[in-house]
Design a protein around this ligand. Structure first.
Ligand SMILES: O=c1ccn([C@H]2C[C@H](O)[C@@H](COP(=O)(O)OP(=O)(O)OP(=O)(O)O)O2)c(=O)[nH]1
Length: 160
């Protein structure tokens, strides 16, 4: 991975991402940013018929698209707050990780945390993708780590 691939791009430049529409996504809108400075672009359900999630149920919802995330980047598949607040719909694995070498169909693993059935129709906006730079770690095995004030305190060690 080249160093330049990881450099933030100028404010005006967008990240160039190749996208492929799969046959079952014919007629659906491709992901797009709903406002000028939106961080996430909404992805749509490429279901062929309405899909109902009962309370507590989850389903891997197809989006009908595949993308090539540039090296040095990832895409995060995140829930939409409107669906979460109004209906308790979220992504089980939020944020889902779309790797730069993944070429399969993007899926949104939705779960119904609400108290009522929730129906997803073809073309509904079910999640949003956020692109972010990533670094892979080069792990260096050592016998001791350096001391810090926190040490091994965690999981609420500073109180509520
Ligand atoms: O919400 C998600 C999460 C992942 N993926 C796709 C893209 C990602 O690159 C691939 C693998 O995801 P992840 O690495 O999270 O899965 P894993 O359980 O670690 O499987 P694998 O062994 O295939 O990496 O699945 C999605 O379409 N939606």
């Amino acid at each position: 991975m080249s160093a330049t691939a990881l450099k933030p791009q100028p404010e005006t430049a967008a990240l160039n991402v190749r996208i492929k529409r799969l046959p079952h996504a014919q007629g659906l809108e491709l992901p797009r940013y709903e406002t000028e400075l939106a961080a996430g672009c909404d992805v749509r359900a490429a279901v062929t018929e309405p899909l109902t999630l009962k309370p507590g149920e989850r389903f891997m919802v197809p989006t009908g698209i595949a993308i090539a995330v540039p090296p040095g980047w990832e895409a995060q598949m995140r829930p939409r707050s409107g669906l979460a607040a109004k209906h308790g719909i979220s992504c089980v694995n939020a944020p889902g990780t779309i790797d730069a070498d993944y070429r399969g169909e993007l899926k949104v693993i939705l779960i119904n945390h609400g108290a009522e059935d929730f129906t997803i129709n073809r073309g509904d906006r079910i999640g949003q993708m956020v692109f972010a730079p990533v670094y892979q770690a080069a792990f260096e095995e050592v016998d001791e780590l350096d001391d810090t004030a926190r040490g091994s305190g965690g999981f609420g060690s500073t109180g509520v």
